[in-house]
Structure formats: structure tokens, C-alpha cells
Design a protein around this ligand. Sequence first.
Ligand code: FAD
Length: 323
Amino acid sequence: MAEILVLAEHDGETVKKVTLELLTLARGFGEPAVVWLGSDAEAGRERLAEFGAAKVYVADGQDVTDHVVAPAAEVLASLVERVSPGGVLLAATGEGKEIAGRLAVKISSGVLTDVVGLTPSEDGGAPVAEQSIFGGAIVVKSRVTAGTPIVAVRPNAVAPETAAGAAEVEQVTVELSDLAKSARITERVAQERSERPELTEASIVVSGGRGVGGAENFELIEKLADSLGAAVGASRAATDAGWYPHQFQVGQTGKTVSPQLYLAVGISGAIQHRAGMQTSKTIMVINKDPEAPIFELADFGVVGDLFKVVPQLLDEIGSRAGS
Ligand SMILES: Cc1cc2nc3c(=O)[nH]c(=O)nc-3n(C[C@H](O)[C@H](O)[C@H](O)COP(=O)(O)OP(=O)(O)OC[C@H]3O[C@@H](n4cnc5c(N)ncnc54)[C@H](O)[C@@H]3O)c2cc1C
């Protein structure tokens, strides 16, 4: 069975959930082999084994870790040449998509990004991908017809499932080009960690928009998020107004999320906002305007003032949690 290379996303200690999702997907098409960049593979090995990684290729050293995306593409290109995998899976994050594009150029293969589903093809060729395109307005089916399929999959597109794997570690040494080393990382600043789940990985996201009315009122959105174990998101109107930090903006020029449940509170549903959330599995809306376009996407909608609806929702969640 051919190997399926999976580029691990990790922070040196923990393996990101999207990597476990990619491993789950990879098992349907071949033998999952993780590509881990950095010296800390032991930290993630157990978790990778739990989700079926047969192998872990580790590329280590300052050249790999101290430069932005280019080394990752060169390591993957070298492994593709060496092991002729059945495909390469990456996370459709900003970084993952850039690596995917660079890799595609290096190995003259087709690349698919923003993939939300992957199924085997009936003729035994490259798998068929469902891709969310044009800002999420259309879902198309596509497949790579040239070279090794490179597929960047959106976080939360599949549910991670465990399956035992050996996660056998193999060190790989790749001679990187000077070009790959031209952009060096000079400093790393650890982001303050909140207790909330990471926005793009969360199963539930509660987002607030202009309707929230001010920075101080975002406390209500945070309370609702915390009652559900959710991440907090925001529309651009809210982040541009300085009510919530830009890193939590959902949409075309913000983060793309695809949680099990997305709660849009006081958000109208502009096309640029939809682009970042409309592949969410269930969408719930609270908006006082029954004509707000966001209702077109809603599985469940409440027409009402969020300052009346959200406290009632919190009471209800609280009473259920207590019962
Ligand atoms: C190039 C470009 C990129 C963009 N990228 C993004 C992006 O990444 N993400 C993004 O979000 N936007 C983006 N935008 C902006 C986008 O076009 C909208 O302006 C923005 O999404 C509007 O945010 P909003 O829905 O919070 O505000 P509004 O459109 O002002 O909607 C506010 C909503 O709140 C409701 N409301 C008001 N008060 C209450 C209340 N008390 N209770 C309940 N409901 C209430 C109103 O009925 C209204 O529907 C982009 C725009 C451009 C041009």
C-alpha cells in the first residue's frame, strides 16, 4: 500500500487536531506517514500512533525550523521523490496552503485547496475532493490529474477517529537550497493562551458582530461561548471597531472556520463573512432584523434583540448543565 504523507501541524508540544483529522482521512487511501518538522517529534509520537500513523519522518535542524515555509516544501518534495506516495495531505491553513502551492510547483503536480471532503474514485484513480470555492458560495468536486495529488483539507472537515499505528520514527536529512533559507525567523513570540479552544479547531464557535454594540458587550458573547466550551469569533465590523482583536475575525480576510455549530450573534451575513463560516455543519443565528441575509444560511434562527435572547439562552444552558 502506498504511503500518504501528512504534514504535521504542531506547536512543539501538542499535535494540532487537524493533523489527527488528516491521519483519519489518509487511512482511507493508503498508509499514513507523518512528516514532522522540528526536534520534538517524541512529544507528539504517542498521539500520532493513536490515530494510525505508521511512520513519522522527522526533518530536524535549524535550517528547517528557523526559516519560513520554503524548507517545508523542499522536505516534502524530497520525500515525494524518495517514497513515491499516493498523495500528500496538509491542513488548509494559511501556511499549509502556501506549502501546498510551493510543493506543487516543485514536483509538477496538481494541488487542491480548501477541501472539505475526500472520497476514493470509482476508477481507482486520484481521490475525488469536495472543494469549497468562491468564498464558500459553491462546492465543487475535483480531482488531481497530474502527478502526486496534493490536497489541503480544511480543519474540522472530518471527525478524527483513533486507530493504532506504529509511528515508527525515521530521521530524514534534506539539503536545503539557499533560496529556501532566504527568509529567516528572527523571533518567536508565544501567543497568550486562553482557556478557550483555538478558533479554527473549535467544535463550537460563537461570533459577535456590529449588533453587539461595543467592546464591553463582548463579555456577553464570551459568556455564551464559555457556557458551551466554544471559541469566540467576530465579524470584521466588530474587529475594525476595535471591539475584539483582529486575530478572531471570521471571514474572507480573517479565519475560516467549519465547526459543528456556529452561532452568529448580531451579524448581518455579508458575503465576506459567509466566506469564512458557511461550511459550518449547523448554523444558528440571533438577529433582530428578520430580513438579515444571514438567515438564508441558518438551520435555526431567532429574530430578536440579542441583549434579551442571549441572557435567556445562558439561563437555559445553565439549567440544563445543572440538571
Ligand atoms: C475586501 C473585504 C473583505 C472583507 N472581509 C471580511 C471578513 O473577513 N469578515 C467579515 O465579517 N467581514 C468582512 N468584510 C466586511 C463585510 O462586508 C461586512 O461589512 C461585515 O461583515 C459586517 O459585519 P456585521 O455583520 O457585524 O455588521 P452589519 O452588517 O452592520 O450587521 C449587524 C447586524 O446586527 C444586527 N443587530 C443590531 N443590533 C442588534 C441587536 N441588539 N440584537 C440582534 N441583532 C442586532 C443587525 O440587524 C445587523 O443585521 C469585508 C469587506 C470587504 C470589502
